[in-house]
Design a protein around this ligand. Structure first.
Ligand SMILES: [Zn+2]
Length: 61
């Protein structure tokens, strides 16, 4: 199965709706992947404005 990401939140979605916004607008076209485990310690999380741990795409289309 291909990885899919929420177009809005850029988070990796495993079910049929986004765990953050609850939306179902996904894309399989993405660039880069970043895993955020601790949002407080991750510099990347701050830069990307991520507040919920998970896997994120750097860019989606
Ligand atoms: Zn979302």
């Amino acid at each position: 199965m291909k990885k899919k990401f929420c177009k809005k939140c850029k988070i990796l979605v495993k079910g049929d709706k986004c765990p953050i916004c609850g939306g179902n607008s996904f894309t399989e076209t993405y660039y880069g992947l970043v895993a955020v485990i601790d949002t407080n310690k991750s510099k990347m999380a701050k830069e990307l404005d991520i507040t919920i741990p998970g896997e994120y795409a750097l860019k989606v289309r």
